[in-house]
Design a protein around this ligand. Structure first.
Ligand SMILES: [Zn+2]
Length: 261
């Protein structure tokens, strides 16, 4: 059987036996994939330094008969992103992005958009600016990922009555309903929805950032960083919204990424 070839981003791995490792990768065509790397733990392994988390690589592997664990034959590093490992802020944000993408991408699922988003994010993190710019980009990634996975919030028309929203200073964001409600609908509790998260007040600049982030990464006309108070709003809403729609995927902003894996 001819070997298969895949563009991939390494997102983690575990040791397997004394000499081998299993690595996890995000690929455009097949989503999350696992590969057995024989001899990866040997001192003179040809894979040394090639299979680190964040690496953009080309994998050449054999498909097994059945099962989803493939055997790696060769790897070429396309981009190493050494800049990410030189900045604590960039490293933290890149780890967070990897966890987020890993949690929404499934095996054997076309994931071209999520792959492209993660790759672009890692490129941005490779030459990071100040910590606020890193946080702004991470916030943008969360909203773009929501859009890619079919959870783009409704921000133009009221989520309850469909009326076009008018310009105002603060809008009412309803996480469970998936977007903004008009002033009439936003103040009336949903029928029997006592277990639903309450409406969050969101400013126009925060709303605009969420809207633009959903369409494109990095968001259009977004140069540099959001003002701290707007960034805080965007992060709070992302935390509540993604927690509601993705479950535990979205940890509160500022929490530490999961270790290991
Ligand atoms: Zn309404």
């Amino acid at each position: 059987m001819d070997p298969a070839r895949q563009n991939a981003i390494i997102v983690g791995g575990v040791n397997y036996s004394d000499s081998s490792r299993v690595i996890w990768a995000i690929t455009p065509d097949y989503g999350r994939q696992s590969f057995l790397v024989k001899g990866a733990r040997r001192a003179r392994s040809k894979y040394l330094g090639c299979l680190e988390t964040f690496n953009h690589v080309e994998l050449i592997y054999h498909k097994g008969r059945g099962g989803s664990l493939f055997t790696l034959r060769e790897v070429d590093v396309v981009e190493h992103f050494s800049g990410i490992r030189r900045s604590l802020d960039a490293f933290w944000a890149a780890s967070e992005a990897v966890e987020l993408v890993k949690s929404v991408v499934h095996e054997e699922q076309e994931s071209n958009d999520a792959f492209g988003l993660l790759l672009e994010f890692l490129r941005q993190m490779d030459s990071p600016a100040d910590p606020a710019a890193v946080k702004t980009l991470l916030a943008a990634l969360r909203w773009r990922l929501a859009a890619i996975t079919g959870h783009e919030p409704q921000l133009v028309d009221c989520v309850r009555c469909g009326t076009r929203l008018t310009h105002q200073e603060k809008y009412r964001f309803l996480p469970a309903q998936g977007g903004i409600a008009c002033n009439q609908c936003g103040t009336v509790p949903a029928g029997g929805g006592t277990d639903q998260p309450p409406a969050l007040l969101v400013s126009y600049p925060a709303l605009r950032f969420i809207y633009r982030s959903g369409r494109k990464f990095p968001p259009a006309e977004q140069t540099g960083t959001l003002p701290p108070e707007v960034l805080k709003e965007v992060e709070t809403i992302a935390g509540r919204y993604l927690a509601y729609h993705f479950g535990e995927t979205a940890r509160p902003a500022g929490s530490q990424p999961k270790t290991g894996g």
